[in-house]
Design a protein around this ligand. Structure first.
Ligand code: HEC
Ligand code: HEC
Ligand code: HEC
Length: 132
């Protein structure tokens, strides 16, 4: 009788642990990080396959960079950005980012879908190639 109860308690504990850790293991292996394609005509022409700033910086800060660009370009009329390595870019979402990353779907969208981000820029800003 005692052992019988113990079995139930252990089974109960096992079920409990499986349930509370469910979010930790469910979906593991299903959603590997997306492959981000750099296969565009503009990037193919670059001698150095570099973004505006370091890759790790871009990965973490492109949203802030774009916000700053918008404010400076629209409010202050300051439309040129000098990168840390001295290259100069126009502060433009469609004209600069999507010039190199013209494969928005295989690059920006792929990562945003993966992390669940939905930038609402494209109701106003043109995606080059969409408009002929
Ligand atoms: C309601 C419409 C609207 C939305 C939504 C919007 N923008 Fe803009 N944006 C504008 C307008 C209008 C300008 C001014 C265009 C100019 O002066 O060149 C502008 C200019 C900019 C500029 C500088 C100029 C250029 O060519 O890009 C940046 C950068 C920018 N926006 C980024 C963003 C980002 C990033 C988002 C999404 C998070 C966004 N905008 C969403 C309307 C919008
Ligand atoms: C001159 C071409 C060029 C321009 C302009 C450009 N990129 Fe890039 N971008 C690249 C290249 C090339 C890489 C890959 C860099 C590497 O692997 O070191 C990259 C990498 C990135 C990454 C990191 C991807 C990853 O794998 O983590 C992000 C995010 C990014 N770019 C966003 C942007 C945004 C947003 C803009 C506009 C503000 C922009 N890029 C403008 C060429 C460009
Ligand atoms: C390596 C992954 C990755 C790539 C590639 C990437 N993004 Fe992002 N993006 C993110 C993450 C993560 C966020 C932040 C989501 C949040 O904070 O909710 C974000 C947010 C943004 C935002 C701000 C959204 C908002 O509503 O404030 C903009 C604008 C943006 N990305 C533009 C771009 C553009 C344009 C490209 C392609 C040139 C691009 N991103 C490529 C990961 C990426």
């Amino acid at each position: 009788m005692k052992l019988y109860n113990k079995g139930y308690i252990i089974a109960g504990i096992v079920v409990f642990i499986i349930l509370i850790t469910f979010p930790l293991w469910y979906g593991k292996g299903k959603s590997s990080p997306p492959t981000l394609s750099l296969d565009t005509p503009a990037i193919a022409q670059l001698k150095d396959k570099r973004c505006i700033e370091e890759k790790s910086f871009m990965r973490e800060n492109h949203m802030k960079l774009l916000g700053t660009w918008r404010d400076e370009a629209v409010r202050e009329g300051n439309r040129l950005y000098t990168a840390r390595d001295g290259r100069v870019f126009e502060k433009s979402l469609s004209g600069t980012c999507l010039e190199c990353h013209s494969n928005k779907e295989q690059f920006c969208d792929r990562c945003h879908n993966y992390v669940g981000a939905q930038p609402t820029c494209w109701s106003c800003h043109i995606i080059p190639g969409e408009v002929k």
